[in-house]
Design a protein around this ligand. Structure first.
Ligand SMILES: [Zn+2]
Length: 319
C-alpha cells in the first residue's frame, strides 16, 4: 500500500498502544474464546482497470526506487497458508463457485516453489516456499458487510472453534464472495490487505482478499480472465501480492521502502512483457502446474526482490 513513513510510524505506535491497553484485560471471553487484539490493516492500493483493449502494463525492469530495506523485524521462512472461504462460494453467478475456489487452490499449489515465488527467497531468511495447510468456510458469521474487526473475528472464530489450528507460522486468508462488502474500502481504496494481531498471546498473521467480481474495474487487470472467471482470476493476483508481503513483512516492521511500500506494492499492477492470450482474449503471464498433473494459466503481478528489481522472467510456461 501507499503509506508514508510518518503514517506507518503512527500506525505502529497506535498498534502497540492498543496492544498495551488490552494487555491487562482478560482475552478469554467465555463462550467465544479469545478475540484478536490489534491489527490495523495494511491496505493494497486500488488501481483502475485498463481492460483487455490495451495490453496490461509491463512495468520497469530497472531498480524501483526508493529501494526496499529491512527494518529489522522478523520474516517468515516457510509459512503455512490457511484459507477461510467467507460468504457463499456456491452461487450461480459464474464466479463464486467451486470452480473459482479451485483456481485459488491451484494458484497456491503451483506457485509454491516456483521460479516466480522464489523471488521472495532473495530476502534473508525467506525460503521462497510455503505450505497450504487447511481450509474452512464461514457462512456470513459477520454478515454481508465485513469491517476490519469483522475480518479479525472470522479468523479468531475459525481458530477458536478448532476448524483451523492456531499457528504463529500461519497466514490466514479471509476470501470473501462477491456479495460481501469490506466497509473500510474494498473496491474503492484497496483490493486486499494484510496485518497481524494477537490471539490468546499468539501472533496471528491474516489477510483479506475479496472476489474481484464485485468490482472488476478496480480490482482486476482485465474484464475476462485466463480461466474464464474474471473475478477470481483477478483475485489470484491479489492473493499472491498479500502472501508475498506477509511473507517478507509479517509484523509490518521488516521489509518496506522509505514510503512505506512493501515488496509487492512496488511492482503492483505490472505484469512483465512476455504475455500470451487465451482463446477468450485474456492475457496471462505464467502457467502453473496443478496437483492433478495439468496446468493452468495465470495473470499475476510481478514481485520485487531484495535488490528492488521486479521479477521479469515470465516465460508463460511452468513457473
Ligand atoms: Zn500491498
Amino acid at each position: 500500500m501507499k503509506r508514508n513513513g510518518l503514517l506507518r510510524k503512527t500506525l505502529i505506535v497506535c498498534l502497540f498502544a492498543a496492544v498495551a491497553a488490552f494487555a491487562d484485560k482478560p482475552d478469554d471471553t467465555p463462550g467465544n474464546g479469545p478475540t484478536m487484539q490489534g491489527g490495523p490493516p495494511e491496505v493494497h492500493v486500488h488501481h483502475g482497470n485498463p481492460h483487455v483493449s490495451a495490453a496490461p502494463p509491463a512495468g520497469s525492469n530497472g531498480v524501483i526506487t526508493p529501494v526496499i530495506t529491512s527494518h529489522g523485524g522478523p520474516v517468515m521462512n516457510a509459512p503455512a497458508v490457511y484459507l477461510i472461504w467467507y460468504g457463499n462460494w456456491n452461487q450461480s453467478n459464474g464466479s463464486d463457485n467451486a470452480a473459482g475456489q479451485q483456481i485459488i487452490r491451484d494458484l497456491l499449489y503451483g506457485m509454491n516453489g516456483s521460479p516466480y515465488y522464489a523471488t521472495n527467497a532473495s530476502y534473508t531468511g525467506v525460503s521462497g516456499k510455503f505450505s497450504v495447510a487447511k481450509e474452512t468456510t464461514d457462512n456470513y458469521s459477520q454478515g454481508f458487510r465485513l469491517s476490519d474487526r469483522g475480518v479479525a473475528n472470522v479468523v479468531s472464530n475459525a481458530i477458536n472453534s478448532s476448524r483451523l489450528i492456531k499457528d504463529s507460522n500461519g497466514i490466514y486468508f479471509v476470501l470473501s464472495s462477491s456479495d460481501v462488502a469490506e466497509t473500510s474500502g474494498f473496491c474503492s481504496q484497496y483490493c486486499g490487505w494484510h496485518t497481524y494481531g494477537f490471539l490468546g498471546g499468539t501472533n496471528i498473521k491474516y489477510a483479506f482478499v475479496g472476489n474481484a467480481n464485485r468490482c472488476l474495474n478496480s480490482c482486476a487487470i482485465q474484464s475476462v480472465g485466463p480461466n474464464g472467471n474474471a473475478g477470481v482470476d483477478g483475485m489470484a493476483s491479489v492473493v499472491a501480492h498479500e502472501l508475498e508481503e506477509t511473507n517478507t513483512d509479517p509484523n509490518l516492521n521488516a521489509w518496506y521502502d522509505a514510503n512505506g511500500w512493501e515488496d509487492a506494492d512496488k511492482c503492483a499492477w505490472t505484469f512483465g512483457s512476455n504475455l500470451s492470450q487465451t482463446a477468450n482474449g485474456a492475457y496471462y503471464n505464467m502457467t502453473l502446474p496443478t496437483s492433478t498433473g495439468g496446468n493452468r494459466p495465470f495473470m499475476i503481478q510481478r514481485e520485487l526482490d531484495a535488490n528492488s528489481l521486479c521479477y521479469v522472467n515470465y516465460v508463460t510456461k511452468a513457473q
